[in-house]
Design a protein around this ligand. Sequence first.
Ligand code: PEP
Ligand code: MG
Length: 592
Amino acid sequence: MPENPRPETRKHGVAVSAGIAVGRAYLVGRDSLKAPRHHIDSDDVDTEVARLKKALAAADKQLEKVKDKLASEHESDYHIISAHQLMLHDEHLADAALGYIRTENICAEWALRKAVDDIAGVFNTIEDDYLRERMSDVEFVYERVLRNLLGRDTGPLSPPPDAVVVAYDLSPADTSTLHKAAVAGLITDAGGRTSHTAIIARAHEIPAVVGLENITETVETDDLLIVDGGAGVVIINPTAATVARYREEQWRQVAAGAQLLTLRDLPAETKCGQARVQLFANIDSPEELDDAIEYGAEGIGLVRTEYLYMTSDALPDEETHVHNATSMVQRMAGRPATLRTFDLGADKLARFLEDAKLEEANPALGLRSIRLCLADLGMPLFRTQLRGLLRASVHGPLRIMFPMISGVAELRAAKAVLEDVRAELRREGVPFDEHIKVGIMIEMPSAALTADVLAKEADFFSIGTNDLIQYTMAVDRVNELVSYLYEPLHPALLRLIGGVAEAARHAGISVTVCGEMAGDPTVVPVLLGLGIQELSMSAVAIPEVKSVVRAMTLAGARGLVDDVLTLPTADDVRAAVHAYMDTLGLAAKSSG
Ligand code: PEP
Ligand code: MG
């Protein structure tokens, strides 16, 4: 057999996590999806039938979209996908599964599996290897329908070390387990730069490219892959010469990273000495603290505590919160740690939310985040977390932050619960920091536009640009079809950020940017020019951001912002920013 039977192919996607990976493909999905198997009441038969039909139709639509995007030279892929679509309507799969629901009163997932098993039984008797292997196509179709039924992937992933994980999409919880398996890279069909999957990949320094649209259809298990996470390129079945070239680039990047790390103990001060920027890290769990310190974080600007709820089936109890927060505060040894109360919902799911079965047409606009904290779910989730955070506050400078605050009324509602919990702890004689700082995330236009009044009732602001862009541009941050509109440098965004910075300055409170924009070296001069002097990002981004801060002047940043605020489009802004970076002798790398 020839060493490289299939030709080298390149695919372009969204560059989300820099670095180069060379490894074998590990396709995710099939084995990790657990199909529920349970009997249903006769009254529920119609509902289950409708569920399955909906999932089949959704799968069909997704495959149609994949086909639409296939380039003309991929005729064979086109035909395979058409065949998959035909299977969705095939009597042996769809009709048989629908039949099982009706005759055996079983749930849609089980019925579908039974139909697939029947087909497998027939395939197994086929002598011809090629035809027998086509069973994998049936399994692929099954997997896609099942995903639609379940709404997501489930189960822990266990890729071999140095594999490149290839998935339609990965839940943040799955992604967060990947570093432990030491995967080389990650590529997905779906997703955008600020999908939580992308954020986690960056935090774990896993080279990643997302939004590749049909990569799971193109790559086969064990294909050799190169992932260039900085350029957003994936190379399938590279030649030996290509592998050698990328290995060299990999070493060059590692050496450049090591060079940047030498800045660790130097301050993030502008060249003119006029601005001292604070650089913080965004983390999920205490395990990331070592990296944060290693890269020179001056504190933790954002702890996404929702990971406590996402990575375990059990709800975290008060002691878990105390333990988690205390370990962070202690490890940071006097440097501030800002813990955000749980920000669940939309693409961040937890077991209890599945059990609550919230049926929402628009989860990103639904019962999520602080709304969930304040909702009556029959469990004191929010109070439990607040008690834990307050108790941990005796160990060092812990700040509490509420996510997705829409305006003053919601802030007051959240603070009222906090006040109640404080009173309770006082009554119980449990100590906590009476002067604990309580701040909010500014993540939606309603908050940005009322920042002046919010600033009177919050101790600090942190601008969550990932969501602020999503809600300002009305563009789903995880939808690759509209990712071209996801624009950090859109004039609307810059005006909103500038307004929030001004309101905070006027009220004398601090303001951080903690969205992914903060870690984008190209955007940093714009943020400084807009009046931001605290940035919180994936720890790995800190050295490069620091190198930009140390190369620029405050006057230069202000001049740049005076200029860009007059520009009509994000492209114009980007061109101006790139020109400015050139004057600093720094090549602009990303910015959207
Ligand atoms: C943000 O929205 O910018 C943010 C930091 O929060 P998250 O990415 O967790 O939604
Ligand atoms: Mg957010």
